[in-house]
Design a binder for this molecule. Structure first.
Ligand code: HEM
Length: 452
């Protein structure tokens, strides 16, 4: 009782002489306003109002600590639903674990799809199947069916211009790779929908999660169509008789970027299922994370841009030119960077420009990640966030090393595939870092500020 009196007295004193944080900045408290309890509630409302509305947790915490946070106790009463972190899965921890594992499994499946897709491209297998249907169908089962399939391939520009005289055994090899890639994608459809329906029927999945997963499922189906749209571009006769048939670099980049998008959507959702709330030991940790988030978001964008530029390197076969590093041939900056018209085409279609772009973006990414990890040393951060920063740094160094080796060795399948896997691993570590840096819910933040 005595404590309660001290508390309201302190609040009352503060309200009459200090300024409090509001959503719009700093305003004067209503000195002498009606009852003590309403003044206290006013203070609380301003305090949490600022927390909820501020997009920058940093701004909030700085203002709060400049004012009355240390002396004003926080109201520990019932917490409104809107203030707590939203659970995506209902019916307890067991359900949460099951759904979480399933979604991590789906992300890993998409990851493997990206690698298989890379191997398909690097082994030039992607154009071996000259038609497509939604369910995929069965592969040839006897020699006459293989012959028929091979005849269809023989009519394609790739056979006529690149693989003329290929044996049926070699054809079977590239066919199986492409068939495997397509069927692995359909397998993911089954692995996704089966448990989804089961978890829905058990009532584990909230409306919000169902909508999010529905959207990701739609993107997954769309990705199948984008894949075929990409392959179709490689089955067309090239405009010039001297050019090799290959898929459009734009379509290849769309297919790869869509895969990155689907992967990160699934991975982020899986993380949100198992970790609905960010964990912080104190307000200083929230402040440190808010600072780091401001750097980590642009880095995520940079990694995405570097990956997209890599897709254009792959799509233009630019890895088979300028196989030197750091120089490009004999110079730092090769000639003819803007020779295509209009100039913007050069960034997507000109071998030299596309490769230079990719190098610059990759090295900028690495430098930014190094800078982030140096800056992070000065910040108060949770140990698991530090681990994620170290992971991101390690994967960036590995990825740049892989990229340079891929280039110097004229894109062998193993290194090309490893470089593709490295790109997605780097993206995944940045996504995990951003997830760990999420703002805490108002309710969680409230528990971090010590009561009197
Ligand atoms: C942050 C660093 C990097 C990222 C995120 C990244 C990402 C990518 C991605 C996503 C691809 C497309 C892969 C594919 O479709 O198969 C790619 C291709 C490529 N990258 Fe990088 N890359 C990075 C650094 C580098 C560096 C430093 C070099 C060399 C200077 C390099 C050289 C290449 C080459 C030659 C290819 C084409 C490989 C192929 O044809 O399969 N990369 N990169």
């Amino acid at each position: 009782m005595g404590n309660a009196r001290k508390l309201t007295g302190a609040v009352w004193g503060l309200l009459s002489r200090t300024r409090v944080v509001s959503r719009h900045g700093v305003c004067n408290a209503p000195a002498g306003s009606s009852q003590r309890i309403s003044a206290f509630q006013y203070q609380k409302q301003q305090f949490f109002g600022a927390l909820e509305k501020q997009t920058s947790g940093l701004q909030f915490t700085r203002k709060a600590s400049n004012t009355a946070t240390t002396s004003i106790p926080l109201f520990q009463g019932s917490i409104g639903k809107a203030e707590t972190a939203k659970l995506l899965v209902e019916k307890g921890v067991k359900a949460q674990k099951q759904v979480g594992y399933w979604l991590f499994g789906c992300s890993a499946w998409v990851f493997s799809m990206v690698i298989i897709g890379g191997v398909t491209r690097l082994t030039r297998s992607g154009l071996s199947m000259t038609d497509w249907n939604f369910l995929g169908g069965f592969p040839p089962t006897d020699s006459s069916k293989w012959e028929a399939e091979f005849e269809k391939y023989k009519a394609s520009p790739e056979y006529k211009r690149v693989n003329k005289g290929m044996s049926i055994e070699d054809f079977k090899f590239i066919y199986w790779i492409e068939y495997g890639h397509r069927m692995w994608g359909r397998g993911l459809g089954v692995f996704f929908t089966g448990p989804f329906i089961y978890f829905l029927s058990k009532g584990y999945i909230t409306r919000q999660l169902a909508l999010r997963l529905g959207l990701l499922f739609g993107l997954g189906i769309g990705q199948g169509f984008v894949g075929w749209w990409m392959v179709k571009s490689g089955l067309e006769e090239p405009e010039s008789p001297y050019r090799q048939p290959k898929v459009s670099a734009y379509r290849l980049a769309s297919h790869l970027m869509a895969a990155f998008g689907i992967f990160s959507g699934l991975f982020w959702t899986a993380l949100s299922v198992v970790r609905p709330e960010s964990h912080y030991q104190g307000v200083d940790f929230v402040r440190g994370s808010a600072k780091l988030r401001k750097i980590a978001i642009p880095i995520a964008v940079l990694v995405g841009l570097t990956a997209a530029s890599g897709a254009f390197v792959a799509g233009n076969d630019a890895g088979h030119a300028f196989n030197t590093f750091p120089l490009m041939g004999d110079t730092w900056i090769p000639d003819g960077l803007l020779e295509l018209q209009p100039w913007s085409r050069n960034f997507f279609e000109n071998t030299a420009t596309v490769q230079l772009d990719h190098r610059i973006l990759a090295l900028t990414t690495l430098t930014s990640v190094v800078a982030m990890s140096l800056l992070a040393r000065k910040l108060t951060l949770e140990p698991h966030i530090r681990r994620l920063i170290n992971l991101t740094l390690g994967v960036s160094v590995l990825q740049v090393t892989l990229g340079i080796s891929t280039l110097l060795l004229y894109v062998p399948v193993s290194l090309g595939a490893a470089h593709q896997a490295g790109a997605l691993s780097l993206f995944a570590s940045v996504v995990a870092l951003l997830h760990a840096l999420r703002k805490p819910s108002p309710a969680a933040l409230r528990t971090l500020v010590k009561p009197l």
